[in-house]
Design a protein around this ligand. Structure first.
Ligand code: BGC
Length: 252
């Protein structure tokens, strides 16, 4: 029975993919295969709900669900909608998904979730000071921790930068679209990281998301010696969502 109690479903809704897995919250490891669906074009609420329902059915899951969402999330409500349908803006994402599935959803920003995982089980474990975890995917997600405490909803991908916003200058989506070589990707990322460094003077920046495993390809372009790749690769979001759900349900 203990084994069952250790398991928690985590779902990471992103601009490009919707991923889910059962997580062993004691070890932070995936306890099932990771399933991935494409985010429906336009990420309209009803279409996303459909995928989420399918995911719950696939895992035959009943119980609280930990869910990451690519927007500013306060008490379950979205206060931005950069890479998803604008219909999500100011809507209660947690309520909508709970009502639609009949299960209780605990929702937080996707990059905050990745940070929570990295803090519990990855390279940010036991780090003091200001630690920033950047998830580089469709956009740039950011999670910031001060002495191990999350400062929710920092949006470094939306910092004004180069006449636009940062994630329109550097992201993994952009790397693919512009067919950037790793050197160019590294140069752009380095400029952005130095901007973040100038504003926040962090003690550590960890790079998460798909590009983290390719760190060797562009790390020679990064001039800040405290930048490193994150440990949990693409599963960080799922794992962090699961941890958050467990923390939320045990405190309510
Ligand atoms: C959103 C963030 C999100 C990030 C990664 C950005 O466009 O504003 O909330 O964390 O993309 O998905």
């Amino acid at each position: 029975m203990k084994e069952q109690l250790q398991l928690q479903l985590g779902i990471d809704i992103g601009g490009t993919g919707i991923k889910g897995a059962l997580v062993d919250i004691e070890t932070g490891e995936l306890a099932s295969e990771r399933k991935k669906w494409k985010t429906p074009r336009g990420a309209e609420p009803e279409d996303v709900l459909k995928v989420v329902k399918e995911l719950l059915e696939t895992f035959e899951w009943k119980g609280p669900v930990g869910c990451g969402f690519p927007a500013i999330i306060k008490d379950g409500v979205a206060f931005s909608a950069a890479n998803v349908s604008k219909k999500w803006y100011k809507s209660n994402v947690a309520q909508f998904l709970s009502d639609g599935t009949g299960q209780t959803f605990h929702v937080l920003n996707d990059a905050d979730a990745a940070g929570v995982a990295e803090l519990n089980f990855g390279k940010a474990k036991d780090l003091k000071g200001t630690v920033i975890i950047l998830t580089i995917g469709t956009g740039i997600g950011s999670g910031m921790f001060v002495d191990g405490k999350l400062v929710p909803n920092v949006e470094f991908g939306h910092l004004k930068f180069k006449g636009g916003i940062a994630e329109h200058f550097i992201s993994n989506k952009l790397r693919k679209e512009l067919k950037m070589e790793w050197d160019e990707f590294g140069d752009r990322l380095n400029e952005f990281l130095n901007h973040v460094d100038f504003i926040f003077s962090p003690n550590k920046i960890l790079l998460s998301g798909g590009v983290s495993v390719r760190f060797d390809e562009y790390k020679h372009k990064i001039s800040l010696n405290y930048v490193d790749s994150a440990a949990l690769y693409n599963n960080a979001g799922i794992i962090g969502c699961a941890i958050n759900a467990r923390n939320q349900s045990s405190s309510s």
